[in-house]
Design a protein around this ligand. Structure first.
Ligand SMILES: [Fe+2]
Length: 417
């Protein structure tokens, strides 16, 4: 039976067909392109929705997934959804996206992306909608760019934290229009941002200068991979996501495809509407309080003049920054000085980008700690919503080494010089 179905599918796919004027290409051997580069994002409430996007090298006629709360559910207990397919000018691939809605909060869902030979299977977890369900763990980082081996190592470290999601403040790759670089990035994410038991980890992305041809103050069309491959709330470069009753995360665009001051009113309104949240976190790419580069550069100055007073007005708790490729944590800042009631900024993006020389925190009032070190931040919201634990995770982890007694045989499994 299986073989018969497969032969029928393969025969059908030997022919090209047209849909809405768009010519579909198929693999010459007739097997539909294999789904890969799965990425999970949110467009709406992370307690009840999830957006799943994947890639195929060629167009496929019926990109479909099925999902269920049980991996062993009988055939009738799975819900099928057909994906919306699209491509764009700067890529040779096709992308397929499905938004799952009306999910149960704090539940696990098993997913199968259908393929006659190589279906993709994984599960995901929705966010609790109420307090006192469980801790929420999420990671914050940025700047994964060019040291791919380091990026992969950090990806592995990230998945080991078993996080609910990753907040990523831009500069994923180096060349905004290099499909090869994006493919490597998504290949690595697909392979490694998954827990040992098969749970995929969603991402909350922000745009950085390296996502944009030209870097700064460019139209959306200059960042085709960022805008097409991360399906987030429109307009996709600035948006709010609420994680249960106690946490809101706001993403901004630090002058890449939207001018900083043009987001002031939106930011003020967004934070006002989150006034009931205990924890308000903001992320964007270019640091306002640099750990490596100049304090007086244009964008840091603009952010301090435009957004920082709005953060302080609404008592934002924590801001995630990137761009400088060092580890830094500021003192709490209010009115341009250290103040216990102020906002703490963490950064500055070292998830694989080349490290920079760090400023000496002893000489600069805004820096509490700074190191030239690969890292990300692990943030844990307590079960009762009362505390937020913020800790850095550095790469590499301290590695073990083995000393062998003289004349003894090499221990089993140990490395020989
Ligand atoms: Fe950057």
């Amino acid at each position: 039976m299986y073989k018969t179905i497969l032969i029928i599918i393969l025969t059908l796919l030997l022919f090209s067909c047209k849909d809405n004027g768009q010519e579909f290409k198929t693999e010459t051997i007739g097997i539909p392109s294999v789904p890969d580069q799965i990425v999970l994002t949110w467009q709406q409430d992370p307690s009840t929705t999830l957006t799943i996007t994947w890639r195929t090298e060629m167009a496929v006629e019926e990109p479909v997934l099925r999902y269920s709360e049980s991996s062993t559910a009988s055939a009738g207990k799975w819900t099928k959804k057909e994906a919306e397919s699209f491509t764009f000018e700067q890529t040779s691939s096709w992308f397929h996206t499905v938004e799952l809605t009306q999910l149960t909060p704090d539940a696990e869902y098993h997913v199968v992306i259908e393929h006659p030979v190589s279906p993709e299977q994984f599960f995901f977890r929705t966010i609790p909608a109420e307090r006192n369900q469980r801790e929420l763990v999420f990671l914050a980082g940025a700047d994964s760019r060019t040291r791919r081996d380091v990026r992969r190592e950090i990806n592995i470290l990230a998945a080991l934290q078993d996080p609910d999601f990753v907040v990523f403040a831009g500069d994923f790759i180096n060349n905004a229009l290099s499909e090869n670089e994006w493919n490597e990035w998504f290949d690595d994410w697909h392979e490694l941002l998954i827990t040992e038991d098969g749970r995929r980890i969603p991402i909350v992305p922000a745009i950085g200068n390296h996502e944009v041809a030209g870097g700064f103050l460019q139209p959306r069309s200059k960042a085709p991979f960022f805008y097409n491959r991360f399906v987030t709330p429109e307009p996709r470069n600035y948006y709010t996501l609420e994680f249960g009753p106690d946490l809101a995360i706001i993403t901004l665009d630090s002058d890449h495809t939207k001018e900083i001051s043009q987001q002031n009113q939106w930011l003020d309104n967004a934070l006002h509407s989150q006034a009931d949240k205990k924890w308000k976190i903001v992320q964007y790419h270019v640091t306002a309080w640099p750990g490596a580069r100049s304090f007086d550069e244009g964008i840091p100055v603009k952010i301090r003049e435009n957004w920082v007073p709005i953060f302080e007005k609404h008592n934002v708790n924590l801001v995630v920054e990137g761009h400088d490729h060092v580890f830094k944590k500021t003192v709490p800042i209010r009115n341009n000085k250290e103040d216990d009631s102020g906002v703490i900024y963490i950064g500055d993006g070292a998830w694989g980008a080349p490290l920079r020389e760090v400023k000496n925190p002893e000489n600069l009032w805004w820096l509490d700690e700074a190191l030239s070190a690969d890292h990300f931040w692990k943030i844990t919201l307590s079960k009762d919503g009362e505390s937020l634990r913020v800790e850095p995770v550095f790469r590499p982890l301290v590695k073990a080494f083995i000393l062998q007694a003289e004349g003894s045989e090499t221990a089993e499994g140990s490395e020989t010089p």
